[in-house]
Design a protein around this ligand. Structure first.
Ligand code: 0X9
Ligand code: ZN
Length: 510
């Protein structure tokens, strides 16, 4: 009787669960998924032939640690590994307990060369208190669990108030990548201790507007250092009761599910929408306010300098040559390998795509070291080499900038680049981006004739794919000018002829 009672209660609970939640299918997890969340991750090596298989593995939502010598190393639970079996992949478990890799860090004990969130907070406060003329500490947002997200602004008093080229350095998007906190901290130390002592550092601090966010994901860092070392995402409690959104899949330029997962429990879960997370919102707001000319986001591991775009092999930054050149220059300081980000594996919603594509910042992801959390003895050299890479980029942003940087590019060039981005993804056409561009060129809006000249020049120098995407805009602009032909006379006819010439050139490419 008792047993029956229990069973019927169980059935009633189950029934109410099913009936209440059936309309929120995405919010309930299967037993398998719940099990996967409670398992310890393993390290698994999967032989992968060529880029296609690497991308396939990334597209299954796996958390990729390394791509090297024809194999992909993933961090995965036993349950999730079945996805690989189903697709016929062979693999070797190289370590059945990924956390054991980091056993030298026992929860709650000393972090050695590594800093906790609270220690970082103190370092930043001290930096401001001891160097008030050059340092200003800002809280740029609050994490899901309510921790402050800090940005330290360093700039000399000389020229304060004038517009200086702005640069941004970020650390710790991913919880377990503790070394990515240490490089930004080492950079702060270099700048404040050598200011007015070293000629080059003084010049840099006086001549640049430097912003440093050592910990983008403070909840994740804390969780990794105290509870589960291999944690990757932030600590949002998802509607399905799983935890975490991958901050490096949550940015709003080409946000989607390539190399990133729709499933909340996965390590590369992209969130319910672009910028759903307080930490990515904080960086977005900062980037919109300061128009960075260049930025670096630090991760670990693989000793790589990655540059945009990440979201597709075929997506090429207009400034790819410049980005590759700067990556090559930085590589001289840290010995890392420069690579287009998607060539490692394509993924959507990454920081660098947003920073470059939407903000016009020359943006880099540096994958530090050859393990997530290198031994204490390795930390000083990693920091010293990568501080030099940072200093180089911060110096260079005084003389180079992205072709679509809002301070340097024309309004038309910026509108074109936004339109190409929006139109490039057929299922996510952005009407606003098209309207913005067309309005700039509309003679009925008293459009500046220079805008149209710029438009024609910019289209002419775009790559073939972009030209194709611009055809509907050309058509619309031509129609607008045809309709205004009576008002504007000869110049308009000339303009129309130029548009037609472009149309036919692009047509021939087709
Ligand atoms: O996957 C990521 O977010 C980065 N690697 S990590 O091991 N630190 O998680 C790589 C970011 C660059 N993006 C692509 N290669 N697509
Ligand atoms: Zn990372």
């Amino acid at each position: 009787m008792k047993k029956l009672g229990f069973l019927s209660l169980g059935a009633a609970v189950l029934f109410s669960f099913v009936s209440f939640n059936s309309s929120f299918a995405a919010e309930s997890r299967t037993i398998e998924q719940i099990r996967a969340a409670s398992e310890n991750p393993m390290i698994v090596k999967v032989p992968a032939e060529g880029k296609k298989q690497v991308a396939d593995i990334a597209n299954m939502g796996f958390d990729i640690a390394e791509v090297k010598n024809g194999a992909v190393t993933i961090i995965v639970t036993k349950t999730n590994l079945k996805k690989l079996d189903k697709r016929g992949y062979k693999y070797t478990v190289t370590n059945p307990d990924a956390n054991s890799l980091l056993n030298r860090f026992r929860a709650g004990t000393t972090l050695g060369k590594y800093h906790s969130y609270e220690q970082v907070q103190q370092i930043l406060k001290d930096a401001e208190a001891n160097n008030p003329t050059i340092c200003k500490l800002n809280v740029i947002g609050k994490s899901f669990e309510g921790r402050d997200i800090y940005a330290l602004n360093i700039t000399g008093n000389i020229g304060r108030g004038q517009k200086k080229p702005a640069g941004l350095i970020m650390g710790l998007h991913h919880s377990r990548e503790w070394i990515s906190v240490e490089v930004p901290l080492a950079l702060i130390n270099e700048l404040i201790t050598k200011y007015q002592k070293d000629k080059d550092i003084t010049k840099l601090v006086d001549g640049r507007d430097i912003w440093i966010v050592p910990v983008v994901n403070p909840d994740g860092l804390t969780y990794s250092q105290t509870k589960s070392k291999m944690w990757r995402k932030n600590r949002r409690l998802n509607p399905d009761k799983s935890y975490g959104v991958d901050p490096n899949r949550n940015y709003g330029y080409e946000w989607g599910n390539v190399g990133s997962s729709d499933y909340m429990g996965d390590d590369t879960y992209h969130g319910t929408k672009a910028f759903s997370e307080p930490c990515t919102q904080a960086i977005k707001k900062l980037a919109e306010e300061h128009k960075f000319v260049g930025d670096i986001t630090f991760h670990s591991y693989s000793e790589l300098i990655l540059y945009p775009y990440s979201y597709a092999y075929e997506a090429h930054a207009r400034d790819e040559k410049l980005l590759a050149q700067l990556a090559g220059e930085m590589a001289k300081f840290n010995g890392y390998t420069p690579e287009k980000s998607s060539d490692l594996y394509p993924s959507m919603g990454d920081t660098d795509d947003f920073m470059y594509g939407a903000c016009g910042s020359l943006s880099f992801t540096i994958e530090l070291a050859s393990s997530f959390i290198p031994a204490d003895s390795e930390v000083p050299k990693i920091c010293a080499d990568n501080v030099k890479a940072c200093l180089h980029l911060l110096d260079k942003i005084g003389e180079v900038h992205a072709s679509t940087h809002p301070d340097y590019a024309s309004k038309t060039a910026v509108a074109i680049s936004r339109y190409i981005y929006a139109a490039g993804v057929s299922d996510r056409k952005d009407v606003d981006a098209k309207n913005e561009l067309v309005n700039l060129l509309n003679p009925a809006n008293d459009a500046d004739a220079a805008n149209l000249e710029e438009f024609i020049t910019e289209v002419a120098k775009s790559d073939q794919n972009s030209k194709q995407l611009l055809l509907p805009v050309l058509k619309e602009v031509k129609n607008m000018y045809m309709n205004s032909i009576l008002d504007k006379g000869g110049n308009t006819r000339q303009t129309i002829r130029k548009i037609e010439k472009l149309q036919s050139e692009i047509g021939q490419i087709e």
